[in-house]
Write a protein that binds this ligand. Structure first.
Ligand SMILES: [Zn+2]
Length: 327
């Protein structure tokens, strides 16, 4: 198994600076609460909810119909757009964390995704790939280098990140996907760690479905709120931060994709960090484990850590999921 450690993608020596930048963003959003709006469940559209908790000054609830966890009320579409245009956290990631972690991200996250994409495009004409929320541009660059598509477009609304994509000579649209215009049909949309950030995932997916060529595909990755790490740590999980508005599980993301015109071809949980994140929470005394978990994640970590993570991922139990949809 190709293991991954938190240190490789979020180096601990940079976390203090990231916390400071994030705190500025949290304060910025919290001082604009009058522009928060109430919403229905982003997966199924129902209005029945329970199990509310608060974190960073905002509220999360859980849908009684489909168990999606979502921020409610949440920043309006316009407020979110402004948030990402000026985000201190995004600048910090661009300047510090992405450069320091790019090598590991390229090898252990993005190259496997490119290999996955090679499977996904079997049987379709690979003309145009659109990567939504392209971030630092590493994935688009790898796809371009692999010459899998005639054209690759990065959609990235945060100016500092869009600049990085352009610097890598990737065709870049510096706008939210909701405001982007495409003049040709898209063969494949990719959106990694994006859908949890959106004001209205339904609108995003419906728009993708409309823009896709017949038989076109969409590849999403996002947190799985039913997975090991999130289910155990719950409100202590870093999955619940002020930027994550929609936390789906495997059933609810399937329901949402179906509502938006997609068949779900494949849903897997390739996450690699559940065991380590729970182990860290135990060591930081943020989570009180059973004696069995202490044995697996602390006492016998060197022998069992990777194997336990592999077992979680292989059995659809990780808190990070990948979904392939077909129009
Ligand atoms: Zn629901």
């Amino acid at each position: 198994m190709n293991s991954l450690r938190v240190q490789e993608i979020r180096p601990s020596e940079l976390l203090e600076g990231q916390k400071e930048a994030f705190a500025l963003d949290v304060a910025w959003l919290n001082s604009r609460k009058e522009r928060f709006v109430r919403v229905l469940c982003p997966a199924c559209g129902h209005n029945s909810k329970n199990r509310v908790f608060h974190k960073y000054g905002v509220s999360y609830c859980e849908c009684r119909n489909c168990d999606t966890v979502y921020m409610n009320p949440r920043p309006s579409y316009g407020l979110l757009k402004k948030y990402y245009q000026r985000s201190e956290n995004a600048s910090y990631w661009r300047d510090h964390i992405y450069p320091a972690s790019e090598k590991s991200r390229r090898e252990k996250i993005f190259k496997p995704r490119v290999r996955k994409l090679q499977e996904v495009v079997q049987g379709i004409a690979p003309r145009l790939l659109v990567d939504v929320g392209a971030g630092f541009g590493t994935f688009c660059q790898l796809v371009q280098e692999a010459e899998m598509f005639e054209r690759v477009i990065a959609v990235e609304p945060t100016p500092v990140l869009a600049n990085t994509c352009r610097f890598r000579e990737i065709e870049t649209i510096e706008n939210p996907i909701e405001e982007a215009t495409f003049w040709e049909k898209v063969s494949v949309f990719t959106a990694f760690e994006l859908i949890e950030h959106l004001f209205e995932p339904f609108t995003f997916l419906t728009r993708c479905a409309r823009q896709l060529a017949p038989g076109g595909r969409i590849v999403l990755t996002c947190p799985n709120v039913g997975g090991f790490e999130t289910a155990l740590l719950w409100d202590k999980s870093s999955t619940f931060d002020i930027e994550h508005l929609n936390l789906f599980n495997q059933e609810s993301i399937t329901l949402l994709l179906n509502r938006c015109g997609f068949d779900v071809k494949e849903i897997t949980t390739p996450g690699k960090l559940d065991a380590e994140l729970v182990r860290e929470a135990i060591l930081d005394e943020d989570y009180e484990p059973s004696s069995f978990l202490t044995q697996v994640l602390i006492d016998d970590w060197e022998r069992l850590g990777d194997r336990f993570q592999y077992w979680l991922s292989a059995n659809s139990l990780s808190s990070h999921m990948m979904i392939v949809g077909e129009k």
